[in-house]
Design a protein around this ligand. Structure first.
Ligand code: SF4
Length: 241
């Protein structure tokens, strides 16, 4: 029987979920509780809004689109919570002549243990990893958990040359102090040299009521975030959105 997962959404053509034009799958359920989450409906492990999908069904959707795609990305929620399904789907994509050339990427919050990475890393070209805050206390305020496992994941992905991008969501007044940005840049320069960094300014659109009063950063603030990270890792590696 074809393995199944709980699915929140599919975007057949996405330009923002990894390199090129990608078939993006958003799995249901997350193991963080982020104040600034833009898709809070994907957080519960079970919800009537989600639907079950099988590997075969997704493969059938990707096959006719494959000539127009660079690859597929599995996101969430947190994709690694359904790692067995992701592994089975990536294997199926690799085995099918119509989809074998597509790259397979994972978008993760990093809260995954070694067993999950043992399963997924041989099957993926790259992981895009969120780092919500380098400081464990601020990470806990923003997500409900500290960041020990996130940093362990980041360092393992670097060791295995599978860290495709680090994503920093900067929330004004919460994780944008000059000191934290400087330390974050220094940490990335040391532990993830040469890895692209996307600095994302918080936007209140779609967030929960508790986060709606947080202002979006001004253009000047966003440029300042990018410059602070770029001064440590190198401007060629940083994009600001
Ligand atoms: S990790 Fe992503 S999906 Fe999960 S709660 Fe945080 S922002 Fe939302």
């Amino acid at each position: 029987m074809s393995p199944s997962a709980l699915l929140a959404d599919v975007v057949p053509f996405s330009w923002v979920d990894g390199p090129g034009n990608r078939f993006a799958v958003f799995l249901q359920g997350c193991n963080l509780d982020c104040l600034a989450c833009h898709n809070p409906h994907t957080m519960p492990r079970r919800t009537p809004r989600a639907r079950s999908v099988t590997v075969d069904e997704l493969l059938d959707q990707v096959r006719p689109l494959a000539p127009y795609l660079s690859g597929v990305t599995v996101s969430g929620g947190e994709a690694t919570l359904q790692a067995g399904f992701v592994a089975a789907w990536f294997d199926a994509l690799r085995a099918d002549p119509a989809t074998a050339r597509l790259t397979r990427f994972v978008d993760s919050n990093g809260c995954a243990d070694d067993a999950v990475w043992d399963l997924l890393l041989p099957r993926t070209e790259g992981v895009m990893l969120d780092l919500k805050a380098l400081d464990p206390g601020i990470h806990k305020e923003l997500t409900g958990s500290d960041n020990l496992q996130v940093l362990q994941s980041l360092e393992r992905l670097v060791e295995e040359s599978k860290l495709a991008e680090v994503r920093l969501l900067v929330v004004p007044g919460r994780n944008d102090s000059d000191d934290l940005l400087r330390r974050t840049g220094e940490y990335l320069a040391l532990h993830a040299p040469g890895v692209p960094v996307k600095v994302i300014g918080f936007r209140p659109h779609g967030v929960r009521a508790a986060a709606r009063s947080i202002p979006a950063p001004t253009d000047e603030q966003r440029s300042g975030y990018g410059a602070a990270i770029a001064s440590a890792v190198g401007p060629q590696l940083v994009t600001v959105v």
